[in-house]
Design a protein around this ligand. Structure first.
Ligand SMILES: [Zn+2]
Length: 186
């Protein structure tokens, strides 16, 4: 399994640093088989310290639990707003594109009425634009459906990710288990 996969990518990627050597810690997901099936094990590792055999590893879960302590009401409200705004902006792009195709249909019709193009050309071009429009409408429906399911399932994850990007400067992990969270100066 590749750690580049978006599902496997950590919401804290590039924020976690090794206290011993100062390097960015690498996130890895491992799948371990057990009685219940397969369980996911997500952790950060320091590569250099691993080479030096002074292993520095920390579970992603532990870092996320710690971050919650820094998430006060005002930060949480703002983060939720950003999360909703991003969703609305993406949806709006579809509306704009569909409106543009409608405009194109209108122009085609006017060209046909003004005898700039033949009826056959009009029908052909109209059908092409309509085809594009239909595909886009379908795509938008799917997108919105997925977005709703995803935001319900992963809302907490989304919020944590935005929170980390907006407020967290660094998470410094020592190989003796200490974690320091450095917040951005806003
Ligand atoms: Zn290190």
């Amino acid at each position: 399994m590749s750690s580049e996969n978006s599902k496997n990518k950590s919401i804290l990627a590039k924020k976690v640093f090794c206290k011993e050597c100062g390097r960015t810690m690498v996130h890895r997901v491992e799948f371990k088989k057990n009685k219940k099936g397969t369980s996911e094990y997500r952790a950060f590792h320091c590569q250099l310290c691993k080479e030096r055999q002074t292993y520095n590893n920390v579970k992603e879960k532990k870092l996320i639990e710690m971050l919650h302590q820094y998430m006060d009401k005002s930060k949480l409200d703002l983060t939720e707003k950003i999360s909703e705004k991003t969703f609305k902006e993406k949806t709006k792009n579809y509306d704009l594109e569909i409106a543009r195709l409608d405009k194109e249909l209108q122009i085609l019709y006017e060209k046909y009425k003004g005898s700039e193009i033949t009826k056959a050309e009009y029908i052909k071009q109209k059908s092409e634009v309509n085809h594009k429009k239909l595909a886009l409408v379908e795509e938008q429906k799917d997108y919105e459906q997925n977005q709703i399911v995803r935001s319900e399932e992963n809302k907490e994850k989304d919020i944590l990710k935005i929170f980390a990007q907006k407020y967290v400067e660094k998470i410094i992990v020592s190989r003796f288990g200490d974690v320091e969270i450095e917040m951005k100066k806003l």
